[in-house]
Design a protein. Structure first.
Lengths: 80, 229
């Protein structure tokens, strides 16, 4: 079973990298960019075909390692 | 005093910390590999050294914080044992839950590599007993992710409980402003755990132990620990 985990900074957390990218887009002349926030994306393959089991595994891996919930939030999407 | 320095893949300051411990405490520390599951019997102090454990993959300190030895370090801290995390070691401490908050990318996005003055907030802990009240010390900064962040409630608790160990200051002792190069909340350079037995700090006291190499302001931290243990 395949899944995609997205980890993003919580609202209000300073994102200097996002700001730098925003600035670079501005200097490239890309119009209409109001803000950029940078995040992380993980494609995960799980051994199970059971959806509930997959969700439990994904939640555990996010809480334990993939996200630091002090500043980040996460979501996961199971393919299919 | 029995010290143990934990060595992770990508640690690079473990030998400097060992030299500082030898100079300050008179005895050499045990070097403990991250994949071990136990600390040497009778360990008083665990040091998590600086470096780039696991290449800073995922988040700085995130993978080292989940290494096998960290359960033993957590148990040591829970027993009241001393733990010192410097630079990447501080990042590992926040990732392992031994200290609150997190260290994020420096506000100006630059790697900071320079000497730095710190204001010592209190000298009644086992880490700072070798210093004088109000003393300003000069140590070294070398980090890209030292911007301390925690939610407002956590900061209030840290400040209220006297758990801020060091703040960034200029040579005249004025805290903050341009002296806070990484953007840390409240100019925080180091914090204690609730029971004051765990200290995490971004700057490197172990760099400043020899007058021939920049100064000796870091030595009193290690010498003080030897007396306290």
């Amino acid at each position: 079973m395949k899944a995609r985990v997205t980890v993003t900074l919580k609202n209000g957390v300073l994102d200097p990298q996002g700001k730098a990218i925003e600035g670079a887009l501005g200097s490239l002349g890309v119009p209409g960019v109001e803000s950029v926030r940078q995040g992380k994306l993980f494609d995960v393959e799980l051994a199970t075909e059971d959806r509930a089991e997959a969700e439990a595994t994904l939640k555990a891996m996010c809480e334990k390692l993939l996200a630091n919930t002090v500043i980040e939030s996460y979501r996961y999407d199971i393919a299919g | 005093m029995n010290a143990a320095v934990i060595v992770f893949p990508g640690s690079n300051r473990e030998r400097d910390v060992a030299a500082a411990l030898r100079a300050g405490t008179g005895s050499a520390p045990a070097m403990v590999w991250h994949a071990d599951t136990e600390l040497p019997a009778g360990t008083d102090l665990v040091v998590l050294p600086g470096g780039f454990s696991y290449g800073d993959y995922l988040r700085c300190g995130a993978i080292a914080a989940r290494a096998p030895i960290m359960d033993a370090v957590r148990a040591h801290a829970a027993r009241g044992g001393l733990v010192l995390g410097i630079c990447n070691g501080f990042q590992i401490l926040v990732e392992s839950g031994l200290l609150p908050g997190i260290l994020t990318r420096n506000k100006n996005l630059r790697f900071i590599c320079k000497t730095q003055h710190l204001k010592i907030e209190r000298v009644d802990t086992r880490f700072t007993s070798g210093y004088q009240p109000g003393q300003l010390i000069e140590v070294a900064c070398a980090h890209g992710e030292g911007n301390y962040f925690a939610d407002a409630e956590t900061i209030e608790r840290l400040e209220g409980d006297g758990r801020v160990a060091f703040r960034y200051a200029d040579a005249a002792g004025v805290v903050g402003g341009l002296a806070n190069a990484n953007g840390s909340i409240n100019d925080i350079a180091g914090i204690y755990s609730e029971n004051l037995n765990v200290l995490g700090m971004m700057p490197h006291p172990e760099n400043l132990i020899d007058g021939a190499v920049g100064g000796t302001d870091g030595l009193a931290l290690f010498a003080g620990l030897a007396k306290a243990a």
